[in-house]
Design a protein around this ligand. Sequence first.
Ligand code: IMP
Ligand code: MG
Length: 190
Amino acid sequence: MWDYRDFLGEVLIDEPALRARIRELGQQISQDYQGGNLLLVCILRGGVMFLTDLMRSIDIPHAIEFMAVSSYGVGGRESTGQVRITLDLNIDITDWDVLLVEDIIDSGLTLSSVLDLLAVRKPRSLRVCTLLDKFERREVDIPVEYVGFRIPNKFVFGYGLDIDDFYRGLPFVGVVDLEKYQKLTGGGKE
Ligand code: IMP
Ligand code: MG
């Protein structure tokens, strides 16, 4: 894999900004779910970094679960609208206040399908918390209660988000300079 510094357009959200905003979200969630039965459902793999920081900012009892869906074609960057559960929850969510933890909402197609799939299981409540919202790209209307940052329509990576499966571990969210990236990869990895 190439060095990200060779295709980093700019750092969009740095570490202190992420930390501060996630602390706010955690406090808000702690208030809103006081006395509830909170279950954070992390959508793999992009939501992992966000989940682990968010849960440290939530000071009420809560449980976590993981779920994986595939919506993008291999190596693709566009939603297909077809969502398949590749890893399902381990528990019955009937008694839980489910809060979906997502890295980013783009077209909204992925999340919309996941919400449909979970709603039929009749959780006590079902809401969404996303770190990033590429609102200009929305194709389906979905209710999103908690948004970390609204961002412009650019391809971003780091802090859970990948560029061709790499760099999820970066502590910041960066913009991919697609022109540079394509030159580096020679368009060969798509
Ligand atoms: P949607 O179905 O179009 O909303 O796609 C959402 C999913 O696409 C996210 O969970 C990400 O995995 C992926 N995605 C969308 N935009 C980006 C991006 O800018 N960088 C990395 N992954 C992205
Ligand atoms: Mg991805």
